[in-house]
Design a protein around this ligand. Structure first.
Ligand code: WTA
Length: 650
């Protein structure tokens, strides 16, 4: 970890909520918000219990929080519930029964709308399909699908019968899928023939075929027909979604599950080469996803809500599927690329469905800026009343553009900070109550005890940089790393005793607002996707020509960071342009296109400290063309000269 974190941003603009917005909001004023925050501070457990009571529990809890064995939390102990029940059954006896639950658009332009009743039927049927294929409570099911309603159906069906889903983003390669299946010891894979992306078919089933040549735990594959591309169906192993659904009963009661029953595993990048299976459980996650969706997006019954995230990432889990459906909202899903068939696609979707709440990522916003204002200008965006961002720090210029060009100057922007590990939004404006400033996620969600601390764990004074930690457990926190309790303790709870360490640097300004400064560990953020530098390094080193590799993030206008790799080769290998291309393709094959190095630089040696640690700070400086920093701890200074010289040659 760096000794010192410097913060350079200064931003003075501030935007209080309009009276019109505030007067109709769930939380209508700063005073109301402050009262809520202080009640939550005095008695956090009572605060979370009051929220949990808005949901359905088959059996009430005997204890809100069991923190007797930290950092292993148990929330709502003794209670039983079911998230699928809370997302579906709970609404069927109300006016929501025939309300749109999912409003889906495929990339080619096809539209499907599923009401709560229709979604319920499909979920029950797929629950029975899973059971028929031998899936039982606690079994893991891998979902590797395009963004189609069937993905949400499969998730809700798993939750319904107590199976644990692990969704693998459709952009990951067969190798990455195989590793995740094996780590989770999944029994079944649910996939599709393909998915549409920029007019092309992503061959999901073919990837599954390659992945499961080496997955001993897999007993079957269910294949949804999305694109009609030709696929091989292996008799006895592969099952057609449509045929299976036609042959089962539509009654599938929601299992009464313990509050701590595992709900899903989602793999995310850390500082080692091995992705971490972040485990979330039922009752606490449900409570967090539910209340953050309601308060942060200020959701109203009549809203049409759209979160553009892929469901393969945590944002899609919490804010495309579980949070909105637990609230009985109408959630929009779009399958494809934002610029297909043209860069106006998102704005057409907003106009077509009358979207009121729009939640996307800074990297997307920067792409919209690049494509130009003429695209949003072609569509009527007046239905919008609230905008959100997530995934990385948003630069103030992009924030202002979002506010003016997309929000017409009238929509509050909620910049929401959170992580796969936190399950739900942690630091965010509450839009009717908290004035926003461009570039800051503002204040912790009521009940969340976040702080910025120095290396000793002491809060830093205003405007000093430090480490972002959370000091108290919260319901939607991860419970462990699947199969590796020790790594969970070490990674998140050892740096600052008693605190959860986020891996992010931050500062608080004189209003107490949190300014997130990005990762302080070896994780980079490419287009809002977290990638462990070690993962990419491991992929490079697995190539026969490579001896050693160091990967760093280089600042990038569009993607936030781009992947920059320094590679040393084995004896007798030559760093040719052809090898450079081959290595890029190699990483795509091993991990997926999101991890493709933008730059690869060959080196005789990498700059290392005397203890053998690669000096990434120096590599970062070289990558950004300003190697001026302190080199006194460097083992061999000529290494730096060589790396710099190469830069000039190119
Ligand atoms: C970064 C995505 C600044 C941060 C929900 C965090 C952000 C990591 C923000 C988690 C934000 C997310 N401002 N940085 N509003 N939101 N991040 O697990 O570095 O994919 O630790 O979860 O993204 O990424 P993850």
């Amino acid at each position: 970890m760096a000794d010192h974190i410097e913060s350079v941003l200064t931003e003075k603009r501030s935007f209080p909520p309009s009276d019109e917005f505030a007067s109709r909001a769930h939380i209508r004023s700063r005073a109301e918000y402050d009262a809520l925050v202080s009640r939550a501070r005095e008695n956090p457990e009572a605060h979370w219990e009051a929220i949990a009571r808005e949901l359905h529990w088959f059996k009430p809890w005997s204890q809100a929080l069991d923190w007797s064995n930290p950092p292993f939390a148990k929330w709502f102990t003794g209670a039983t519930t079911n998230l699928s029940y809370n997302c579906l059954d709970r609404h069927l006896t109300t006016h929501r029964k025939n309300k749109a639950a999912l409003i889906w658009e495929g990339e080619p332009g096809d539209i499907r709308i599923l009401t709560y009743q229709m979604l319920y039927q499909e979920v029950c049927k797929f629950g029975n399909v899973l059971k028929k294929l031998g899936v039982e409570r606690g079994d893991r099911v891998a979902l590797y699908m395009p963004l189609v309603p069937e993905l949400a159906i499969a998730m809700l069906a798993c939750a319904r019968i107590g199976a644990v889903h692990t969704i693998v983003f459709g952009g990951f390669s067969a190798e990455a899928l195989r590793d995740r299946i094996n780590d989770a010891k999944a029994k079944l894979v649910v996939t599709a023939d393909g998915g549409w992306r920029r007019g092309q078919v992503v061959p999901l089933k073919a990837n599954v075929d390659a992945a499961i040549e080496n997955t001993p735990t897999i007993t079957g594959v269910v294949v949804y027909r999305r694109c009609g591309n030709s696929i091989v169906m292996k008799a006895g192993r592969d099952h057609d979604w449509g045929e299976m659904m036609a042959a089962v009963d539509a009654r599938c009661p929601a299992e009464e599950l313990d509050s701590e029953h595992p709900l899903f595993i989602l793999y995310t990048s850390g500082t080692t080469g091995k992705p971490k299976g972040v485990l979330h459980t039922t009752g606490g996650y449900m409570t967090g996803a539910y209340i953050t969706t309601k308060w942060v997006f200020d959701l109203r019954e009549e809203d049409t809500y759209w979160c553009t995230a892929d469901i393969g990432w945590v944002t899609g889990h919490s804010y495309v599927v579980y949070g909105p459906l637990a609230n009985g909202a109408a959630s929009v899903m779009y399958e494809g690329a934002p610029n297909h068939p043209d860069p106006g696609r998102f704005w057409q979707i907003i106009e077509r469905h009358g979207v009121n709440i729009f939640y996307t990522a800074p990297t997307a916003i920067r792409a919209f800026i690049k494509w130009g204002e003429q695209w949003p200008a072609k569509s009527d965006l007046k239905s919008l009343r609230l905008l959100g961002t997530v995934g990385e720090p948003i630069n103030p210029e992009a924030w202002m553009w979002y506010r003016e060009v997309i929000g017409g100057g009238r929509c509050p922007i909620v910049d929401t900070w959170w992580q796969t590990e936190t399950g739900a939004i942690m630091i965010t404006p509450i839009p009717g109550a908290v004035p926003t400033k461009p570039g800051t996620a503002t204040l912790p969600f009521p009940g969340i005890d976040a702080e910025v601390v120095d290396k000793q764990g002491k809060p830093v004074p205003p405007n000093s940089g430090g480490y972002l930690v959370v000091r108290k457990p919260w319901p939607s926190m991860m419970r462990t790393i699947f199969g590796d309790d020790e790594r969970y303790k070490r990674q998140y709870w050892s740096e600052f005793p008693g605190c959860y360490f986020t891996g992010d640097g931050a500062r608080r300004d004189s209003d107490g607002y949190f300014w997130i400064m990005g990762r302080v560990d070896d994780v980079i953020n490419v287009a809002g996707h977290r990638l462990g530098t070690m993962e990419i390094e491991s992929a490079l080193v697995s190539h026969p020509a490579v001896a050693e590799a160091a990967v760093i993030g280089k600042p990038d206008d569009l993607k936030g960071e781009s992947v920059f790799a320094f590679v040393t080769l084995k004896q007798g290998q030559e760093g040719t342009p052809a090898l450079r291309d081959e290595l890029k393709a190699w990483v795509v094959k091993e991990i997926g296109a999101i991890a493709r190095p933008d730059d690869i630089r060959f080196a005789d040696l990498l700059p290392k400290t005397r203890s053998g640690k690669i000096m990434r700070r120096l590599l970062r400086e070289i990558a950004s063309g300003k190697a001026t920093g302190d080199t006194t701890t460097l083992e061999d200074r000529s290494v730096l000269e060589k790396l710099r010289a190469q830069e000039e040659e190119e």
